[in-house]
Design a protein around this ligand. Structure first.
Ligand SMILES: NC(=O)c1ccc[n+]([C@@H]2O[C@H](COP(=O)([O-])OP(=O)(O)OC[C@H]3O[C@@H](n4cnc5c(N)ncnc54)[C@H](OP(=O)(O)O)[C@@H]3O)[C@@H](O)[C@H]2O)c1
Length: 240
């Protein structure tokens, strides 16, 4: 059984993969969650990292995932909710209804159920509470209409950060990290990428490492809870 483990959801690619790999490099016990078994998950597994599969858009799969975690882990140092689905809202009402269920379940229901089920297993130290870290988005404060269901459900995760900071204090800190243009996706055309860079004070795509640095700063700070740290190069301040 793993002790003081850090769970990273959505570790099969990009930012989640980077977080899991860097935590492992820094000597943490990592549990890497994935939906799709990717080459990155195989690489984490080859490093000796425990990997656990679940579809976090499906309630039964979330509950099985929690049971599975309890057979592998005896205590957690932190839970990092990174898994996410990102796409523009569908035009068709039927498709939008389906998207809403998926976004709501991944961004809000899954973190909520995992937190509630595992909160008693989250163990800090005398001078350092345990951590829950929600990866949200700068869309929470300045949402994009084309991605309104995505942004709305991420805003729900932001609000959950505030209420669970109250509910789980003083033994668990609950914070959010709100990335801006960290890693572009296939959704971003060249034109959109350039526009985003023009709107970003620090004028570049940030990369996954600044997200990891924000995570370590929260893990190492005993007196921050209910906060949201923007990792956005200042894009939230731009007019858009
Ligand atoms: N990239 C950015 O610049 C940026 C900006 C703002 C906020 N963020 C936030 O930062 C986090 C990481 O971003 P990213 O760009 O690395 O995200 P990403 O490339 O979209 O990866 C999302 C991860 O979540 C997993 N996932 C999706 N649907 C799932 C489901 N139903 N069940 C379980 N896992 C599921 C994916 O697994 P599969 O491989 O199976 O799909 C993948 O590993 C996200 O929370 C995102 O909202 C990122």
């Amino acid at each position: 059984m793993l002790e003081n483990a850090i769970l990273v959801t959505g570790a099969g690619r990009r930012i989640g993969f980077h977080i899991a790999k860097r935590l492992h490099q820094d000597g943490q016990q990592v549990v890497a969650h994935y939906r799709t078994h990717t080459a990155e998950i195989q690489a984490l597994s080859d490093l000796g990292i425990t990997t656990v599969q679940a579809d976090l858009a499906d309630t039964d799969s979330i509950l099985t995932f929690i049971d599975d975690l309890k057979t592998k882990v005896s205590s957690f140092r932190a839970l990092i909710h990174n898994a996410s689905s990102f796409e523009p809202t569908a035009v068709s009402l039927q498709q939008a209804a389906e998207q809403y269920d998926v976004f709501y379940t991944i961004h809000m229901k899954a973190p909520y159920l995992i937190n509630q089920a595992l909160q008693s297993m989250l163990k800090g130290k005398e001078d350092m509470p345990a951590d829950i870290i929600n990866i949200t988005d700068i869309n929470v404060e300045n949402p994009t209409p084309r991605f309104d269901i995505y942004g709305t459900t991420k805003a729900g995760l932001h609000n959950m950060t505030l209420v669970l900071a109250k509910k789980y204090a003083p033994n668990i800190k609950v914070n959010a990290i709100a990335p801006g243009p960290v890693l572009f996706t296939d959704q971003h055309s060249d034109q959109v990428r350039q526009q985003m860079l023009d709107e970003t004070l620090l004028a570049k795509e940030g990369g996954a490492e600044p997200v990891y640095l924000a995570i370590t700063s929260l893990l190492n700070n005993p007196f921050i809870t209910g906060a949201s740290i923007p990792v956005d190069g200042g894009r939230r301040l731009s007019k858009r």
